[in-house]
Design a protein around this ligand. Structure first.
Ligand code: AHR
Length: 503
């Protein structure tokens, strides 16, 4: 195999990583909330009903911003149902997931959950612009953020939360371009309601940060026109536009699946181009940043079964979308993280969808254990070591042929330089069969040794962590990677996610 090469030079950077790039997402969907993060009867539950075994894993995962309460769920959400004495809260039909929502876990519990994670955890609240609109958004903002002395801020205090929640980051709806969304709108309709809501929210507090809905995927028929129309209405009123993307092998095409980040990178670049086009037309100096607030590997067949199902038995916290991820999935997932880091100049928020049980890095059993999926490891490592300046990495790599993306590099990589000058290289070898030799030239970087090379790879790419074998897959050390005379040399195992730390 030909050697893959790139050069690192601190003079050539992409931008600073925003900690919000390592966000996640908690939706009232399946068992993400109930028996996921919240299970009052669980042996590990704290006084607020939160599972402390899950909290520990969430801290280890290193998540920052957590988007809530949906997703598709939010488009039927009545925030008033989710506050006040828990045993008086109404049970409601959740149209998005054909489930019954008890509202036992609500706004106050969400904020308590974030506090328990630690100071790095920040709220990102989604608003219902499906069945509701400006008035309800303002009421929620007043309830959540106004200090005191008004009906809704005093109601919050009466509910036991004297201090305002201080929610800065708000999503103006969810996937409003999708016909599956309750209250789905055209771009014109949505652009208008998003602008009205944003304008009114800024009347309460001009410092809120607002995310307008972009497309639910790059494949949507309205993609790009949607963004252009929505931004024409909202450009001066919002800070971010959202992107969502999920990947899975289609028709058994594993080679294209391994190259999913090619689509993610082009999606980001196309949205940046659209934002800047609208900005140019408006002669604006302002730049709209990107909130990639749903991304993951997702085997979607079960979702389509829910959509098609005529059975409406409205279960409570059913097992839904509990994908169990393989080593191969984790390698693709790592590559998606690399794609986000490579665009850290414009992607300033990203949320791994989701956090627990539902297409998640953490799985739990009701009354039982919680454990790490294969995808847990790339996320935890990227969040831990991917802080600082992203260096501009341009690879010269052997390639392979894919049906969807044509000739594609086998190596996908990025590198982040921390404040102390140390550098971490994140690299994926997409080859299913071949080891990939790697050489990195280090220019102007005072680095002398390899502190660690960790790899996630396995002789069985289908290996996974399950209830019975929760530690079957973990990253392993690679010992023969060297740094001599400014050149890093190593070999990447077939189908592997690699973290190489240089000091
Ligand atoms: O994350 C699962 C679902 O995917 C979300 O509810 C929705 O926004 C998206 O379609």
């Amino acid at each position: 195999m030909r050697t893959a090469r790139f050069t690192l030079d601190p003079a050539f950077t992409i931008g600073e990583v925003n900690p919000r790039l390592f966000g996640s997402f908690v939706e009232h969907l399946g068992r993400c909330v109930y028996t996921g993060i919240y299970e009052p009867d669980h042996p590990s539950a704290d006084a607020g009903g939160l599972r402390t075994d899950v909290l520990e894993l969430v801290r280890e995962l290193g998540v920052t911003t957590i988007r809530y309460p949906g997703g598709n769920f939010v488009s039927g959400y009545k925030w008033e149902d989710s506050v006040g004495p828990a045993d008086e809260r109404p049970r409601r039909l959740d149209l998005a997931w054909r489930s019954t929502e008890t509202n036992r876990f609500g706004l106050s519990e969400y904020i308590a959950f974030l506090k328990k994670i630690g100071p790095q955890a920040e709220p990102m609240m989604a608003l219902n612009l499906g069945t509701r609109g400006v008035a309800e958004a303002l009421e929620l903002q007043e309830y959540a953020n106004h200090p005191s002395g008004t009906a809704l801020s005093d109601l919050r205090a009466a509910h036991g939360d004297k201090d305002p929640f201080g929610i800065r980051l708000w999503c103006l709806g969810n996937e409003m371009d999708g016909p599956w969304q309750t209250g789905h709108k055209t771009a014109e309709e949505y652009g208008r309601v998003a602008a009205e809501t944003a304008r009114a929210m800024r009347q309460i507090d001009p410092s809120v940060e607002l995310v307008a809905c972009g497309s639910s995927s790059q494949g949507m028929p309205t993609f790009a026109a949607w963004e252009a129309t929505v931004l024409a209405e909202t450009y001066d009123l919002v800070d971010h536009i959202s992107l969502h993307a999920y990947y899975e092998p289609q028709d058994g095409d594993v080679d294209s699946f391994l190259a999913s980040a090619v689509d993610m990178e082009s999606f980001i670049e196309n949205v940046v181009a659209t934002c800047d086009h609208v900005g140019a037309k408006l002669k604006s100096k302002k730049k709209i940043n990107l909130s990639f607030d749903e991304w993951n590997v997702w085997y979607t067949s079960e979702w389509h079964a829910i959509e098609d199902s005529s059975a409406r038995d409205w279960p409570q916290a059913p097992r839904l979308l509990e994908n169990n991820y393989s080593v191969m999935d984790a390698v693709v997932f790592g590559s998606l993280l690399i794609a986000l880091l490579r665009h850290a100049d414009r992607v300033t928020v990203a949320c791994l969808a989701q956090l627990v049980n539902v297409i998640a890095p953490i799985l739990t059993e009701p009354g039982g254990p919680a454990w790490r999926q294969t995808t847990f490891f790339p996320f935890a490592q990227a969040s831990r070591y991917g802080r600082g300046q992203v260096l501009d990495v341009r690879v010269d790599s052997p390639t392979y042929e894919t049906k969807k993306y044509g000739e594609t590099d086998l190596l996908h990589a990025t590198a982040v330089r921390a404040e102390d000058g140390s550098v971490t290289v994140f690299a994926v070898n997409r080859s299913r069969t071949e080891r990939l030799p790697l050489e990195v030239a280090l220019n102007g970087l005072e680095l002398t040794s390899v502190l660690e090379h960790s790899a996630l790879a396995d002789t069985d790419p289908e290996a996974r962590n399950t209830l019975d074998t929760p530690d079957r897959v973990t990253p392993h050390p690679v010992t023969d990677t060297t740094l001599h005379d400014g050149t890093l040399s190593g070999v990447l195992e077939p189908l592997s996610w690699n973290v190489i730390r240089l000091v």
